[in-house]
Design a protein around this ligand. Sequence first.
Ligand SMILES: NC(=O)c1ccc[n+]([C@@H]2O[C@H](COP(=O)([O-])OP(=O)(O)OC[C@H]3O[C@@H](n4cnc5c(N)ncnc54)[C@H](OP(=O)(O)O)[C@@H]3O)[C@@H](O)[C@H]2O)c1
Length: 240
Amino acid sequence: MLNLEAKAAIVTGGSKGIGRAVAAALAGAGADVVICARSEPETARAAAEIGDVAAGRVLGVAADVRNRDDVRHLVETAVRELGGLDILIANAGVGGGFGPIDEIDPEDWHRVIDTNLTGVYYCCREAVPELKKRGGGWIITVGSLAGRYAFAGGTAYNASKFGLLGFSEALMLDLRDHDIRVSCIMPGSVDTYFNDKEPSGESWKLTPADVARTVLQLCEHDRRSLPSRIELRPSRPRRG
Ligand SMILES: NC(=O)c1ccc[n+]([C@@H]2O[C@H](COP(=O)([O-])OP(=O)(O)OC[C@H]3O[C@@H](n4cnc5c(N)ncnc54)[C@H](OP(=O)(O)O)[C@@H]3O)[C@@H](O)[C@H]2O)c1
């Protein structure tokens, strides 16, 4: 079994959905984890619930990844409380801005791009110096199949996730000689609270645990090879 004892991790968007499952998986493997989300009470509650049953420590920090000061505070807190940083899971993301271009509210456009793309840049910008101090580590971004395959009405979301894929691949090339392993997981439909919905319970969908398992597999992957882009699909998607 993977042992991440003495590893320190940040999971953005860790209060629910994919991020929460990833935080639980990392902490279950012994890592100490700081999660963040915008809602302070939800972040604190999730950290306490995950920490109650995990091997590693779990702390919650309220932070909006669109705000550079919040992100600085998040990384500083993780480094101070956990003694350094080995793993960044840049997961926080939002849907929205779906529809024809002439109906998209500019506020929605900026919310999607600022969260899904600029927010990841801010997190990596602050985390990379800390990962370098440790002599290596992992950055795993949570993209989407929508970052490779466009759909009608998806201009804002597609742009954010296509951008994130390009960002992640360039970052991988920049950092691999520092032993910092950058991978972008691109899931299809996952049963979460995404886009302000409740989980539907539909069995054909991926679960947050499916994505979390992929994160653990990346952390234990043989160091000679690097899966840099992972398309994770429901094996029998419901169509239409
Ligand atoms: N669900 C899918 O089908 C699917 C498919 C492919 C990719 N993804 C990607 O997976 C990632 C996670 O989504 P999910 O499905 O797990 O959604 P979710 O259940 O809605 O969870 C999103 C998490 O991100 C946090 N968050 C949102 N905006 C944030 C911000 N500005 N700063 C900090 N935290 C923020 C939310 O908490 P607060 O609201 O309190 O901030 C929550 O913890 C996203 O990047 C999404 O694009 C999802």
